[in-house]
Design a protein around this ligand. Structure first.
Ligand SMILES: Cc1ncc(COP(=O)(O)O)c(C=O)c1O
Length: 500
């Protein structure tokens, strides 16, 4: 056909896109953060045009965007594996104190185990030596001290671990597995991290929300979960998967041993797969304790042999959170328990289609799982850096929590873990009406005004789901310093006064 005869066909429009893609939302990078980016552009052009000098991105758990320093040991090893020629000059590097000797040794070990280059694909499940270090770390975490030198157990545990490009990829493998048709249901906590509602919408499953109890510090109510399951079954929906986020995002709540036990009992009774999103397992505050689903499941199995053999658990972890905060490097893992070999083969097939996860991300998983130990050259500095990050987070979390506890028109549960506060806004009818006039949800209106007056970028509770008639705002406590917290206080008092 010649150009002369070719009448151009129309481009694709939204009408050509599947409804599930159109319906999918992700508030963390939604309207408020988009407005924040526009304001940032304005500030770049004309720094004095707005009532603030910079945007304070409290909308996303992205620690290194907000000045959290990477851990020195991790970055030393990472830079050496990226450029192995440096290792050839190790004497100069050590003598001049540019690199720690144990970082060089670790980089050599890693380079040997990956065949010399981070530029090569690895096995699809992930580098075996790294999976073994993850296995040992999990055994130690769950106080299996006796077992963490048991080679056979380490090998078996490693065979159930898949290294991924962060927890998000783990979700993309496991969540769609049991969504065979539109009648399959996924139980999700509300409020939840919006990746889950987005993924359930995309895969066309039925969303089965269970509400967390705000008045009891966002606790999970297993009885309510069972009621929802029974109700779904009565409507011919097959609940296949139950998502738990522990510690919670956005709530910061940690599940008790009792709740975990009851949830496992429900999973055993109804044959439901548990996805335990445990990415915040190292962000634990004050006197709280994290209990992994794996640990509780194993102890139940010991007490009641055979009763829990059908329980299928996928536990997720990531380098993005905790003191690592390496969100941009994309690394994480999931561990499978109780899945049949045929299902594991399918998961491996999915991982194989992606070829392999980012190799440097895998190496960061290795470094997260096996940090410098007592007596190692880097141990003291590494500990100091970890403690600084942790105490800084606790300070900011407490300062924000204190503010929300004393301000009028806002109330907040004390965070137990994770990186967020999810205070409730007690808005007057004046505020709600004003929001409606602006075609906004009331909490979106609050977040927009907060942004436009102070530069603080947060996410409205509606993006995470909330009980009808309640309004919340999610903020991280990651931004540096506490000046921004004072700005928030001033804004809030003026806002309450304006719409009383
Ligand atoms: C509960 C939860 N799960 C998963 C993720 C995604 O983590 P990753 O960066 O490992 O993909 C996040 C990110 O904020 C999260 O809060």
């Amino acid at each position: 056909m010649s150009a002369k005869d070719c009448t151009p066909a129309p481009k694709f429009s939204l009408n050509d896109i599947s409804q599930s893609i159109l319906d999918t939302e992700y508030a963390i990078r939604g309207t408020i953060p988009t407005r924040a980016d526009e304001l940032q552009e304005q500030l770049n052009i004309s720094p004095n045009q707005l009532p603030f000098k910079k945007i304070i991105y409290a909308n996303i758990g992205n620690p290194q965007q907000l000045e959290q320093e990477p851990l020195t040991f991790q970055r030393q090893v990472l830079s050496l594996v990226e450029y192995p020629n440096l290792v050839n000059s190790k004497n100069i590097l050590v003598e001049n104190k540019i690199y720690a000797p144990d970082a060089i040794k670790r980089a050599e070990t890693i380079l040997n185990s990956i065949g010399g280059s981070v530029g090569a694909y690895s096995s699809s499940q992930g580098i075996l030596s790294i999976r073994k270090n993850v296995a040992k770390c999990i055994l130690q975490r769950d106080n299996d001290e006796l077992c963490c030198n048991d080679e056979e157990l380490i090998n078996e545990t490693a065979s159930n671990i898949f290294l991924t490009d962060g927890a998000t990829t783990a979700v993309s493998y496991i969540l769609p597995l049991f969504a065979k048709d539109e009648n399959c249901g996924v139980l999700l906590p509300i409020p939840q991290y919006p990746l889950y509602t987005a993924a359930v919408t995309l895969q066309n499953s039925k969303l089965l929300p269970y509400y967390l109890n705000e008045d009891e510090n966002w606790s999970t109510d297993p009885e309510e979960i069972e009621t929802i399951i029974k109700d779904a079954i009565s409507r011919n929906i097959k609940p296949t998967t139950l998502v738990i986020i522990n510690p919670g995002n956005p709530t910061g709540a940690i599940l008790s041993v009792e709740s975990i036990t009851q949830i496992i009992n429900i999973a055993a009774k109804y044959g439901i797969v548990i996805i335990a999103d445990e990415v915040y397992q190292n962000n634990i505050y004050q006197d709280f304790k994290f209990h992994s689903f794996k640990k509780i499941l194993n102890s139940l199995k010991l007490q009641y042999p055979k009763k829990y053999d059908n329980v299928q658990l996928a536990s997720l972890h990531s380098i993005s959170k905790g003191v690592n905060g390496e969100c941009g490097q994309r690394g994480g893992y999931f561990e499978l328990l109780g899945f049949s070999d045929e299902i594991k083969k399918i998961i491996l097939k999915l991982a194989s289609i992606d070829i392999c996860s980012v190799v440097t991300g895998q190496i960061l998983v290795d470094l997260m799982s096996k940090p410098p130990e007592k007596g190692d050259y880097s141990y003291k500095l590494d500990q100091r850096e970890r403690n600084n990050i942790q105490s800084n987070l606790i300070l900011k979390s407490n300062t924000l929590y204190d503010l929300f506890s004393r301000l009028p028109g806002i109330s907040c549960q004390k965070p137990q873990g994770a990186m967020y506060l999810f205070p409730r806004l007690h808005l007057t009818s004046n505020m709600i009406n004003e929001a409606k006039l602006n075609n906004l949800e009331p909490d979106e209106f609050y977040c927009l005004k907060l942004l436009e007056n102070t530069g603080i970028c947060t996410v409205p509770g509606s993006g995470f789901g909330q009980k009808e008639g309640t309004y919340h705002v999610r903020t991280t406590f990651l931004p540096s310093g506490i000046e921004w917290i004072k700005l928030w206080e001033k804004f809030h008092l003026e806002f309450m006064n304006q719409y009383k």
